[in-house]
Design a protein around this ligand. Structure first.
Ligand SMILES: Cc1cc2nc3c(=O)[nH]c(=O)nc-3n(C[C@H](O)[C@H](O)[C@H](O)COP(=O)(O)OP(=O)(O)OC[C@H]3O[C@@H](n4cnc5c(N)ncnc54)[C@H](O)[C@@H]3O)c2cc1C
Length: 422
């Protein structure tokens, strides 16, 4: 594996890239953060802003993994649905957890605004799309919340011009970003607050022989009072954590510049996704002479990329928008998400001084930001919000058996979707 970014539209449209050195010394800091995706970057930035000395060690490049490859939707909530959370922890705690997820989405918006990076947010609002005709849940949702609008078939097809869609729910919250630019901006900000960031510095060993933790890479080591593991689907240097996170792959493609042709299909500039259990999500990216369709979908527990990835997702698009038949796919890539078996993030103190912020699944843009804040507040102020995640503990992911079970579950859900749409 190389340490450069995957060949994505995000990497191609990055204007200038920060580079950080490889760790080749012995360093002593208050906190060492391992893994520089959005969770690690936010944690390091927050800790540095609170006056801690911080080292952030990344095995590849910052945001090399899911954080620099995702669909860019920033929406509140978790990979696990709110009603399931409520059933497990009760209404009050479920509401508090939801509030934390909103805090995460606000953090992303506010950080982008405070860093004056208007080029990162690329669209506002969220349109949820129904592919079958039972629209009761959508109508009830709109009745409960005056900010949410129910769209009937005609109204939804004005915005998403496909006869696949039978109804829509339009929400003002939610926006979409260029995630690699955001990660770069976070890294720049963390570094200027004093965080020491190292790339190509894979931590192969984590030990606590005395009072301090030691994080060893091939060329150096960091001694720290506290360690935060933000290593997601890549497991990291801790066996129990590695066994708790199941890697799940998903795919994204980006069309060539389509300009005004896109208006024949999509007349909504925010986030779009359908409600199927194994659904599609997409958005229009860029402007002017770089206006493209960015489309994500499908999951698998196989790590290898399908040979005809671009063709496969293009067929998914044409099934919905046949009017786009002539378009060319410029970029196709995959990425790994980390899931715990309960689909909630793993946030907390695993052992004294060893913190974890991981397993954000396909809902990581708000939750990585939230976890960074929650963990940094715990370390610097003794804040206890992280304890709200205790009902969602570390479970074994089932290894190969777990991966097969996840794949079978995905196929079962796809079959259910097909059945409902007949
Ligand atoms: C294709 C795709 C589309 C998605 N779309 C969305 C979306 O639209 N909205 C949304 O909210 N979420 C989305 N997600 C999910 C979201 O991207 C992730 O939940 C989030 O980015 C996870 O961030 P992270 O920091 O936990 O992990 P990652 O971004 O995976 O970062 C972990 C980092 O740790 C490093 N690392 C691991 N082990 C070590 C070690 N031992 N030493 C040093 N470094 C190490 C890795 O190299 C990696 O850079 C999507 C994910 C994918 C893959």
């Amino acid at each position: 594996m190389t340490a450069s970014h995957v060949n994505s539209w995000y990497a191609a449209s990055l204007d200038g890239e920060l580079a950080f050195p490889t760790l080749n010394q012995e360093l002593t800091v208050d906190v060492c953060v391992i893994g520089a995706g959005l969770a690690g970057l936010t944690t390091a930035r927050e800790l540095a802003n609170a006056g801690k000395s911080v080292a952030l060690l990344e095995g590849k490049r910052i945001a090399w993994a899911a954080s620099g490859r995702n669909g860019g939707f920033v929406l509140p909530g978790y990979a696990l649905g709110q009603s399931s959370i409520e059933r497990k922890v009760g209404k009050l705690q479920a509401d508090q957890l939801y509030g934390l997820s909103v805090e995460g989405a606000d953090y992303v918006r506010d950080t982008i605004s405070s860093l004056q990076r208007d080029d990162i947010i690329q669209g506002h609002g969220y349109l949820s799309l129904l592919r079958h005709s039972d629209d009761r849940a959508f109508r009830e949702e709109a009745e409960k919340d005056p900010d949410v609008a129910f769209l009937d078939r005609a109204a939804v097809q004005e915005l998403a011009r496909s006869d696949r869609y039978k109804a829509g729910l339009l929400e003002p919250t939610g926006f979409h970003i260029h995630p690699l630019r955001y990660a770069q901006a976070l890294a720049g900000s963390a570094a200027s607050s004093g965080a020491q960031i190292f790339e190509k510095s894979f931590v192969s060993q984590l030990q606590k022989p005395g009072a301090k933790w030691i994080c060893r890479t091939s060329k150096g080591s960091v001694h720290a009072d506290q360690v935060v593991l933000t290593t997601s689907a890549y497991g990291g240097p801790h066996n129990r954590l590695e066994r708790s996170v199941l890697p799940v792959a998903t795919y994204v493609i980006t069309s060539e510049h389509l300009g005004e042709c896109l208006d024949d299909a999509i007349r909504f500039g925010g986030c779009l996704s359908d409600t199927r259990r194994a659904g599609d999500y997409y958005r229009i990216t860029g402007q002017g002479d770089d206006r493209r369709l960015l489309w994500g979908g499908r999951i698998t527990t196989r790590r290898s990329e399908p040979m005809k990835l671009a063709e496969m997702l293009k067929q998914d698009i044409l099934d919905i928008y046949p009017q786009l038949r002539d378009f060319k796919v410029d970029y196709a890539w995959s990425g790994l998400m980390g899931y715990a078996t309960h689909k909630m993030p793993l946030i907390g103190e695993m052992e004294p001084g060893l913190w974890v912020g991981t397993a954000f699944g396909g809902h990581g843009l708000n939750t990585t930001a939230m976890a960074g804040k929650v963990i940094s507040r715990a370390i610097t102020q003794g804040d206890e919000d992280w304890k709200m995640f205790q009902p969602y503990d570390f479970n074994w992911n089932g290894g190969v058996v777990g991966q097969v079970a996840t794949q079978l579950e995905y196929w079962r859900l796809q079959a259910l979707d097909w059945w409902e749409e007949r």
